[in-house]
Design a binder for this molecule. Structure first.
Ligand code: BGC
Length: 582
């Protein structure tokens, strides 16, 4: 069942093409390649205390991470794990988010001693469509979840509202997929990482894309964009025909999601036990070993047991014997133990080879191999950490795809990367600014509010400064983008200057950056006459920001303090020619 080198190379080419098609948003692309809208990597110089929430499956982690002085120093990290109660997996989304808020609230109240609200990064490992680093709309649930009222919704407002209802003084600065965790962690600790991957219960890969290649990203948004590939869904029947076993096809057909996650079904911890069970059942029948015991039952062989069988180095393969007895109720003759171990090692090694070819393709695609020399790959996940045959498979595949690559690639294993990565993402994306209009009590829409502006206030905004982690200080002059967050159906912006009007329909958080004004090509708010929204019923409060510094994560609010008291659903910001309206 080994995948020969020439087949691996074809697989690598197909994965590389799929990344390219995915990021360009080609219809029918085999990979989603979701831009995270995080356009900065940590430099190692970030400092401060951040909180993280990691919903990776039914496991929930909350953490406090203190980034210290010096390069890439994690001064303190406190991580607490809990299991999401089964009743919340299919209940109303509000109940799930209330649970998350409660857990985070415990950590914040025990560990936050700073000024203002605690800053939170939210690692949310479900497929989401992102239009901003604070806006991820859940596409569909996976991993056993089926909560009502979340699909199609922007997840951050759901959590933020739950935090407010629970009275937790915290703001969610960023939402990201866990695949970005090892990329951010590895950058923080060492730097130079362009590709990272998770090989655990599930698998995913993230990489740094050239922002100019990402559709919809306004010019000047930053040189790079971190991308969540969602590579678990890669599959190319034409090349995989030479590598797929009958057992793979059977496992897929019998799964909860046939046809989806096919790459993950070859590579990840969730499935390898089942692949091994199906192969061992074939071995049992072929060798006429009698009743197959637990081998006849789906899901009876955990991947951890496959790992323990593969690792047994005892002379009599005692661990193999014990595992067969304990997990499957089998008592085979001694000569069977070695072939059983061989099957388990092959399953893990093949998974490693499939993972390795994916990494080779990603490294090549991301341009990480061009400079020559050592290449760092950030990696997390129990499979990678615990399985020697898997790791050897990865290195062997790198070498087979490109001779010499196995020795060049250095793996930076990142523990707890999802929470560290979420904290780092909060650090690089910057805070939701203090003074940003708070969602109204009870989580009702802020529509119905009006903010009146004066010419003076407008001038301040137009010539104000925006601090950005990108070093971006919006110099005197127009800002780059208007960012409007919230459950909004329509946003229209009108300007007194010709050629600077914009109106469009949006769902969720939007960035309006296509309006060109004088000066640096950004949107000149000097000419802006009004900013209005039409609500999407029952959503979170619309929030208006002006982003600057070339970093869409950096925002200053059009705060009520600058524009007066909200009173209707129209925000007339004042007329540049007219007298102050206030
Ligand atoms: C999910 C990814 C996630 C990966 C690792 C996959 O099943 O689709 O979003 O990053 O598991 O947790």
């Amino acid at each position: 069942m080994g995948v020969p080198a020439h087949v691996l190379r074809r697989i690598g080419m197909s994965i590389s093409e799929a990344i390219d098609a995915g990021i360009r948003g080609e219809p029918g692309a085999k990979l989603a390649c979701i831009p995270s809208h995080i356009t900065k990597l940590p430099t190692g110089a970030e400092t401060g205390t951040f909180f993280a929430l990691d919903l990776g499956g039914t496991n929930l982690r909350v953490a406090m991470v203190r980034l210290g002085e010096g390069h890439g120093v994690i001064e303190e990290q406190v991580v607490e794990e809990s299991t999401v109660p089964a009743r919340l997996l299919a209940g109303p989304a509000a109940a799930l988010f209330a649970f998350l808020a409660e857990r985070l609230g415990e950590m914040v109240s025990a560990r936050w001693r700073g000024e203002g609200p605690a800053r939170v990064g939210f690692s949310f490992s479900f497929p989401m469509r992102q239009t901003g680093c604070r806006d991820g709309q859940l596409m569909y649930w996976t991993k056993g979840y089926a909560c009502e009222g979340a699909v199609g919704q922007s997840v951050v407002p759901l959590l933020q509202r739950a935090l407010e209802e629970a009275g937790v003084p915290a703001t969610v600065d960023v939402i990201l997929n866990d695949a970005l965790g090892p990329l951010l962690s590895s950058q923080y600790c060492g730097g130079g990482t362009r590709v990272a991957a998770i090989f655990g219960t599930g698998t995913n890969m993230s990489y740094v894309e050239d922002a100019r290649r990402v559709p919809g990203v306004p010019p000047g948004a930053g040189p790079g964009m971190l991308v969540n590939s969602e590579w678990s869904n890669w599959w190319d029947a034409s090349v995989m025909a030479a590598a797929e076993l009958d057992e793979d096809a059977d496992l897929d057909a019998a799964s909860l999601n046939p046809g989806r996650g096919r790459y993950e079904k070859l590579v990840s911890g969730l499935h390898l036990g089942e692949v091994a069970r199906r192969l061992l059942r074939r071995l049992w029948a072929a060798a006429d070993l009698g009743a197959p015991g637990g081998l006849a039952t789906g899901g009876s062989l955990p991947t951890a047991t496959v790992g323990a069988i593969a690792d047994d180095s005892s002379k009599g393969l005692l661990a193999v014997r014990d595992a067969l007895r304990d997990a499957l109720g089998l008592h085979p003759p001694a000569w069977v133990l070695r072939p059983v171990q061989r099957v388990c090692r092959l399953v893990l090694a093949r998974a490693g080879r499939m993972a390795g070819v994916g990494l080779a393709a990603a490294l090549d695609y991301a341009g990480a191999l061009e400079a020559g020399g050592r290449v760092t790959v950030g990696v997390d996940g129990s499979l990678f950490r615990n399985s020697r045959p898997f790791r050897d498979g990865v290195t062997g595949a790198l070498e087979d795809v490109l001779p010499g690559l196995g020795a060049r690639v250095h793996f930076h294993t990142c523990d707890a990367s999802s929470v560290i990565g979420a904290a780092l993402a909060a650090a690089v994306c910057g805070p939701v600014e203090a003074g940003s209009p708070a969602p109204p009590p009870g989580g009702k829409s802020a529509v119905g509010q009006k903010i009146r502006g004066s010419r003076e206030a407008l001038r301040q905004l137009s010539f104000g400064h925006v601090d950005g982690p990108g070093g971006g200080r919006g110099a005197a002059g127009p800002m780059e983008n208007v960012v409007i967050e919230g459950q909004i159906r329509t946003v229209s912006i009108t300007s007194s200057s010709p050629g600077t009007s914009h109106g469009a329909s949006y769902h969720g958080a939007v960035r309006v950056g296509s309006v060109h004004g004088p000066g640096d090509g950004g949107l000149a708010l000097r000419g802006l006459r009004s900013l209005s929204t039409t609500p999407k019923g029952g959503g979170a409060a619309p929030r208006f920001f002006v982003a600057g510094g070339g970093n869409p994560g950096t925002a200053v609010p059009l705060a009520a303090t600058q524009f007066g008291t909200p009173t209707s659903d129209h925000w007339p910001l004042g007329s540049p020619a007219g007298s102050p309206k206030r």
